[in-house]
Design a protein around this ligand. Structure first.
Ligand SMILES: Cc1cc2nc3c(=O)[nH]c(=O)nc-3n(C[C@H](O)[C@H](O)[C@H](O)COP(=O)(O)OP(=O)(O)OC[C@H]3O[C@@H](n4cnc5c(N)ncnc54)[C@H](O)[C@@H]3O)c2cc1C
Length: 298
């Protein structure tokens, strides 16, 4: 019987493992399909305090630190979690293994919903981004397009308006129905934001002999820009969870619905900003909560 099983090897899961391992609680981290999660994808990480390097380098340090305190990293994903009568859990893995544990920390992250149009994959990281706070800085004084019309898109547009020369929000509906009024008002007040409604993108290509991108709409109009920020929603990685655990409209876990002994951290936690700093903060909290829970049982 393990003390702690942590699902996810992003910054939230690895931080939790550093805390639980260091408190001498036997800890297994299920890494999932990718060690480091979304952070592992970041080529140049500039807004995590005290760090200058790639996301994967940071993850490798966190992994080593967690392992130095006895945490074991296993390369498997959870497919189910059983709630046992004695208030313990059994985690079922995709490699056929089952792990009995007294506590579980859910740190399986979330994925930005990907834009599935021609060119979107090709130009990902080369002009197409899913994170304005991460990549906006690279577009200082340039022209960018935000694709989407919810709170995330408007927040991205407002953030980018302070960095970029111009921001065009392209949205498929006639108004920002889904966004909060305060955001709509702020967008309307910004002189360098233009809203293009009733418009969908069909493809992304590069302007010949230039670094500029061309976003082509379904009606054939072409919008020239330096960067395209896609904000069409996030999907939390929670397929392995039962219906009894409540999720918000992004599929993120509402902590109040978790049974005793189960904790949540990082992007999969409802109501936190999706950043490495918050993943680390909530990973620390979840680790400490698991330790306190285990100590209360001893
Ligand atoms: C391209 C990009 C650039 C970004 N740039 C920045 C930046 O500059 N600064 C910043 O602060 N933030 C940035 N972010 C956001 C940041 O990466 C995330 O907020 C952070 O990684 C969240 O950490 P996490 O540990 O909660 O989840 P994740 O990093 O998403 O990790 C989730 C982990 O769970 C695992 N997993 C999933 N399903 C299962 C399962 N069933 N069983 C076991 N494991 C599972 C995955 O394999 C992964 O290891 C960026 C995100 C992206 C996509």
């Amino acid at each position: 019987m393990q003390d702690v099983v942590i699902l996810g090897s992003g910054p939230a899961g690895l931080t939790a493992a550093i805390y639980t391992g260091r408190a001498n609680k036997s800890t297994i981290v299920l890494a999932g399909a990718s060690l480091g999660g979304q952070t592992g994808e970041i080529a140049k990480l500039e807004n995590y305090p005290g760090w200058a390097g790639s996301g994967m380098e940071l993850i490798q340090f966190m992994k080593k630190q967690a392992e130095s305190f006895g945490a074991k990293i296993e390369f498997a994903s959870a497919t189910d979690i059983k709630f046992n009568e004695d208030k313990t859990f059994t985690v079922i893995c995709d490699n056929g293994k089952t792990i009995d544990t007294k506590t579980v920390i859910l740190a399986t992250g979330a994925m930005a919903r990907r834009l599935e149009i021609a060119g979107a994959r090709e130009f990902f990281g080369k002009g197409v981004s899913y994170c304005a706070t991460c990549d906006g800085f690279f577009y200082s004084g340039r022209d960018v397009l935000v694709y989407g019309g919810g709170n995330a898109a408007l927040n991205d547009a407002l953030y980018l308006a302070d960095v970029a020369k111009s921001v065009r929000i392209v949205y498929r509906k006639s108004e920002f129905f889904r966004a909060e009024a305060v955001l709509r008002d702020r967008v309307a007040e910004k002189e360098n934001i233009e809203c293009i409604y009733n418009t969908e993108l069909k493809s992304i290509s590069q302007k010949p002999d230039s670094e500029k991108l061309i976003a082509t709409t379904t009606t054939g109009d072409e919008i020239e820009c330096d960067g395209i920020f896609v904000a069409i929603g996030h999907e939390a990685n929670t397929d392995y969870l039962s219906e009894s655990i409540k999720r918000d409209d992004m599929g993120r876990i509402i902590p109040e619905s978790l049974p005793k002994g189960m904790f949540v951290a990082g992007d999969v936690h409802s109501n936190i900003k999706m950043q490495i700093a918050t993943a680390v903060g909530t990973g620390c909290s979840a680790g400490m909560d698991a330790i306190a829970y285990l100590n209360s049982k001893d």
